[in-house]
Design a protein around this ligand. Structure first.
Ligand code: FES
Length: 106
């Protein structure tokens, strides 16, 4: 499923994200600097992305654990209303055209 990704260097590209997996895994495998250190356990924050506003309501809502981890990033990086952990964004055909920006490194 094609997802538009703006990297930390500002360049945009289309990533062919793997259905049935978390978006984090495709971003990581694309070599975009998303480490996904915790493997999706919501404990590292290295998979933080800013989702395009138009998509914010089209993704599954944040769980409390995800919201807590994002909050914990506030000391290190800018948070936005559309901040998400990409390990909590499931990829399927429904996210075709999703647009995200990779947040600064933590
Ligand atoms: Fe660690 Fe998402 S991969 S919080």
């Amino acid at each position: 499923t094609a997802v538009r990704v703006k990297g930390r260097d500002g360049t945009e590209q289309t990533v062919d994200a793997t259905d049935g997996m978390a978006l984090m895994e495709s971003l990581r495998d694309a070599g975009l600097g998303v480490e996904g250190t915790c493997g999706g356990a919501m404990s590292c924050g290295t998979c933080h992305v800013y989702v395009a506003a138009a998509w914010a309501d089209r993704l599954p809502a944040r769980s409390q654990d995800e919201a807590d981890m994002i909050e914990a990033l506030a000391d290190f990086v800018e948070l936005r209303p559309t901040s998400r952990l990409s390990c909590q964004i499931p990829v399927d055909a429904g996210v075709e055209g999703l647009s995200v920006e990779i947040a600064p490194q933590v």
